[in-house]
Design a protein around this ligand. Structure first.
Ligand SMILES: [Zn+2]
Length: 200
């Protein structure tokens, strides 16, 4: 395990993943949601997760921090460096064509952006909208689910977008590796530390 702490007194202290949710200093909540690039053991970029998840993986000894983002999280008397890039210690086979259909992956594909009004919001302020309403036979699929803010979701109700006078920003598509690499590249533009892993 290579979780690194800035406080020498912390060196001997046992850190456990259970301590992470207890961090509540000002600014830490934002830091916990910062995006972290996840690399396979081979250094191939495979995912993006939030800092909180990355810290848990490092503390569990599943991954190590490759880059840090300069922020600290404070818990008890120790400060923990927030990673910007982590790498899994054991190689994982990644199914390369599609990803699991999940709320998290839909929000990642849509970059936390309401697909009707283009607002960028936190995950808790977004819901999933069935473009063709479920009550009218719309499927729960990559092609029929989009990120949507609560107010657009209420406005749309049980209607097709056109009936509600609304328009999708773009046609929803399955989230394949190409898409996820593309998203990682877009997100990586704001973080210089990601560049060497994403642009090669
Ligand atoms: Zn909206």
């Amino acid at each position: 395990m290579r979780a690194r702490f800035n406080n020498p007194q912390a060196a001997g202290q046992q850190f456990s993943p259970a301590m992470v949710p207890g961090i509540h200093q000002k600014g830490d909540v934002h830091a916990l949601h910062a995006p972290v690039l996840v690399l396979n053991a081979s250094y191939e970029p495979i995912n993006v997760c939030v800092a909180r998840r990355a810290i848990v993986l490092v503390l569990k000894g599943v991954a190590m921090a490759e880059e840090e983002n300069g922020h600290f999280l404070h818990a008890a008397r120790v400060a923990l460096r927030v990673p910007s890039v982590i790498r899994l210690l054991e190689y994982r086979r990644i199914p390369h064509q599609t990803r699991a259909l999940s709320r998290k992956n839909i929000l990642l594909r849509d970059r936390n952006t309401c697909q009707y009004c283009a607002q960028v919001l936190g995950p808790s302020d977004l819901t999933l909208d069935h473009v063709l309403p479920r009550s009218r036979g719309g499927a729960s699929s990559w092609e029929n689910l989009v990120a949507c803010c609560h107010s657009c979701n209420r406005r749309k109700g049980n209607q097709y977008p056109a009936e509600a006078g609304m328009k999708l920003m773009r046609e929803p598509r399955a989230f394949n590796l190409h898409t996820s690499r593309h998203i990682m590249r877009l997100m990586g533009r704001s973080d210089d530390k990601w560049r060497k892993y994403l642009f090669y």
